[in-house]
Design a protein around this ligand. Structure first.
Ligand code: UN1
Length: 486
């Protein structure tokens, strides 16, 4: 059954007047998941006006009350986890287990921020002057634009929208046009929770709608997750107008497997990092670096696992990996593999769609492992956003850490070792925003900072206490009694 695409503006669900917008099931592209008119850039004016109109009353609402609405939204999300998780798998292509897990994760994120009122609201400093104290308090930015990618259609929106709202901002949100249904579900959770009209506005459309949000004169901040090229463009445009921006962009995340690693654990975790969500995570493991004492045994075991990974329809419970999001993504991933081969890479397994059988119609790409022998290759430096793992052999642990760090990106990394000294060296040598020791490179808990080093991110990090850095600004209050003598 095809769901209607609707937009939420000023508390009302409206049909879009733009071009027909349609999300399809990437495992069966003839199946339309949601359909309706896209939003138009002109709708951004209406949504911005609604958000600006709602902003003063929302900012004046006590944070505990704002949090209570997030908590009520979390209840709705949790209650619908099975159904929405299935819809997520159908619209985005990750497995049903991952889809349900992601919906639950969204609820968990909402609950974390729902409790923000019970945490510290600022700082208090001593004053060098008698009778005075210095407070650092926080204020919302105002109206923020939120632009989210397809790959976590409910968790990433939740981790941007929840802090935006709890800190007193109002929001105009544009999700990726490939996943409208899950965006509508999250917005429904907020309306059902009783969020006042205009506080959260949802416009589903193409990049022209995103550009209209970013370029709008009334916008007070922009939070974006997506490709490096778009993130840089948004941040540049925002900076040129003095608007704060937060951009979470690409990764080329390495897993380093050292001689003393537990082989079974490392194989298991590298498989998860490389192929869960079909490799479509900015935190996915796309580079593997192995040292000589374990390389052959590790690669043998990994190849066996990759070749027996169950690729199929995400809603089938035996499936371990689904399709990529679109035909364009499928072409760009296989094109990236072809380029790697012309640059000297050897395909150890995968690299292709499935020409026949039940997977031939969907946007499937087989789990792919490529071996590089030291030659420069784009697959080592550029994000492909698919189930492709490039492998290099390092001379020793030092060389492995240097290879892992040799990237313009610095989002996440994983290091597999049982040697504490080596693990601590990795913390020093690999410049990343998120480092996993003996676990896969993906994953982000709601209560701790998430984001990249180097060129993976611009602006303050997300989640945990870090989110407040972006969604508020400080007012430093020099506070003295009102008499001449203290
Ligand atoms: C995760 O690793 O679970 O777009 C989250 C992305 C990241 C989020 C990763 N911003 O893939």
């Amino acid at each position: 059954m095809t769901a209607p695409v609707r937009h939420l503006v000023d508390g009302r669900w409206i049909a879009g007047d733009g071009e027909p917008l349609r999300s399809v099931n990437p495992a069966h592209p003839r199946v339309v998941v949601a359909e309706g008119g896209a939003a138009l850039p002109a709708d951004v004016d209406t949504a911005m006006a609604a958000a600006a109109g709602a902003a003063p009353a929302w900012a004046a609402t006590p944070i505990h009350q704002r949090g209570a609405m997030l908590s009520a939204a979390a209840d709705v999300v949790e209650r619908n986890a099975e159904q929405w998780g299935l819809e997520l798998a159908t619209e985005e292509g990750k497995t049903r287990a991952e889809g349900v897990g992601e919906v639950r994760r969204a609820a968990q994120i909402l609950r974390y921020y729902a409790n923000e009122g019970d945490r510290s609201a600022g700082e208090l400093y001593a004053s060098p002057r008698a009778g005075e104290q210095i407070l650092v308090t926080r204020r919302p930015l105002g109206v923020v634009g939120i632009i989210t990618p397809f790959n976590f259609p409910i968790a990433i929106p939740a981790w941007k929208i929840a802090p935006a709202l709890v800190y007193g901002n109002t929001v105009v949100w544009k999700p990726a046009s490939t996943v409208p249904l899950l965006a509508i579900r999250l917005a429904q959770a907020f309306t059902e929770a009783g969020l006042p009209p205009g506080v959260l506005n949802l416009l589903i459309g193409d990049s022209d709608v995103g550009e209209a949000i970013v370029g709008h004169a009334g916008i007070d901040g922009i939070s974006f997750t997506g490709s490096t090229a778009v993130g840089r463009r948004i941040a540049a445009s925002a900076a040129a107008r003095g608007v704060p921006a937060q951009a979470e962009m690409g990764g080329k995340n390495a897993a380093v497997v050292l001689d003393d690693a537990d082989l079974d654990l490392a194989v298991e975790q590298v498989m998860l990092g490389a192929f869960r969500s079909t490799g479509q995570k900015c935190t996915a493991t796309s580079r593997l670096i192995v040292t000589p004492g374990i390389a052959d045994a590790f690669l043998d075991a990994l190849l066996t696992r990759a070749e027996t990974l169950q690729v199929g329809d995400p809603v089938d419970d035996t499936t371990q990996m689904g399709p990529v999001i679109s035909a364009a993504a499928q072409q760009s991933v296989t094109g990236g593999v072809d380029t790697a081969v012309t640059q000297g890479a050897t395909v150890l397994t995968g690299g292709r769609p499935y020409p026949d059988g039940p997977l031939a119609d969907g946007y499937f790409v087989a789990p792919t492992i490529l071996q590089l022998d030291g030659e420069p290759a784009d697959v080592w430096t550029d994000e492909l956003f698919g189930p492709v793992l490039a492998v290099r052999r390092a001379a020793d642990a030092e060389d492995a850490f240097a290879l892992a760090d040799d990237s313009e990106f610095g989002l996440s990394a994983a290091v597999f070792t049982q040697d504490l000294t080596r693990a601590l060296q990795a913390v020093d040598r690999i410049d990343v925003g998120v480092l996993h020791v003996n676990s896969e490179s993906a994953g982000a808990d709601p209560h701790v900072p998430f984001g990249g080093a180097k060129k993976s991110g611009l602006g303050p990090k997300e989640q945990g206490t870090a989110a407040r850095e972006f969604f508020t600004h400080t007012t430093t209050v020099y506070l003295r009694g009102g008499t001449a003598r203290p």
